[in-house]
Write a protein that binds this ligand. Structure first.
Ligand SMILES: [Fe+2]
Ligand SMILES: [Fe+2]
Length: 310
């Protein structure tokens, strides 16, 4: 079969809802796009440990500390699954990490914002993990087998993350006036950056059409963003917190919440490296990588020793 026939067969398989596995023929562009998208996702899981890791030592109770610790550990696990899944596409993890540490690879813009109060732990679980669930539930049906299977397991854990976050917020929102104010302040700061997490609007998203054609993505950025808004507004109302958007209104006809304009200039600034915490996040990742050198060396030496014995 020539290249054209192979491509036709590949697209027929995708169209029929078949799952593509690592050893199957795939267009180079599909492989490249998946490597870019999956490695960005893996980096986001790992960098995403930093804003919350910042609060483990200051959790208000042992129960909260255990839940937060478990959540941050889960994110490390998510990074591990997704790096492994990306490696099935023929790229080495060390190379992916190098791309992150050199600043060449991107990760989710949301993690370049600071965590200023305990309420941020609640809002991150509720909003950021909530947004991740919307995105990842779709990816669990993605056409690439190793990616979709990783998402099934990850989504189960994300649900726990979202619940523990919403529980924190429910308690603060029903607490003292100071606690309620803290919760509202966190909602005000995280709402818009969370909407930006879904990526640029469809008209400015150059990769989307191709990713949807090959069923890597099944829904567009704007569709996913709308789903998150529709799911989250009733949850905010249930705890009497206000979403910081004066243009928010329910459209009876469409059954969707309409929302105000997103500040895309801010989004692009953060993506370009000028967000409030970009430099700090990369600095922390580089330091963790350097501090872990001896562990990697020891693991390699151990594996080598084991190999020569067997
Ligand atoms: Fe995660
Ligand atoms: Fe999570």
């Amino acid at each position: 079969m020539n290249e054209e026939q192979l491509l036709q067969k590949f697209e027929d398989r995708i169209h029929a809802g078949e799952i593509i596995e690592p050893k199957d023929w795939m267009p180079e562009r599909y492989r490249k796009q998946l490597i870019r998208m999956m490695s960005q996702h893996a980096h986001s899981e790992v960098v995403g440990m930093l804003p919350e890791g910042n609060w483990i030592t200051r959790a208000p109770s042992l129960r909260r500390k255990m839940a937060l610790l478990a959540k941050v550990q889960d994110e490390a696990g998510h990074g591990l699954y997704i790096y492994s899944a990306t490696e099935t596409l023929g790229i080495d993890r060390a190379e992916l990490l190098e791309q992150l540490l050199s600043g060449q690879a991107k990760y989710s813009s949301i993690f370049n914002y600071p965590t200023l109060s305990w309420a941020d732990m609640g809002v991150i679980g509720w909003f950021v993990d909530g947004a991740a669930i919307v995105n990842q539930t779709m990816l669990a049906k993605s056409s690439y087998g190793p990616y979709s299977r990783a998402m099934v397991r990850i989504c189960k854990e994300e649900n726990f993350h979202k619940k523990q976050g919403y529980e924190i917020i429910t308690i603060l929102a029903n607490g003292t006036p100071e606690q309620k104010k803290m919760a509202q302040d966190a909602v005000n700061r995280w709402w818009w950056p969370t909407l930006m997490m879904f990526g640029p609007p469809d008209k400015d998203s150059p990769n989307s059409a191709e990713l949807m054609k090959w069923k890597v993505k099944l829904k567009s950025n704007d569709e996913l963003r709308q789903r998150f808004v529709d799911l989250t507004i009733p949850q905010a109302k249930a705890v009497n917190l206000t979403i910081p958007d004066p243009d928010l209104k329910y459209n009876e006809e469409s059954g969707h919440w309409e929302f105000g304009k997103i500040n895309w200039d801010e989004f692009w600034q953060v993506v370009k490296g000028n967000g409030p915490m970009n430099k700090e996040r990369l600095r922390a990742r580089r330091k963790a990588h350097e501090d872990g050198t001896w562990v990697r060396k020891a693991a390699m030496a151990y594996a080598e020793k084991h190999k020569s014995k067997s």
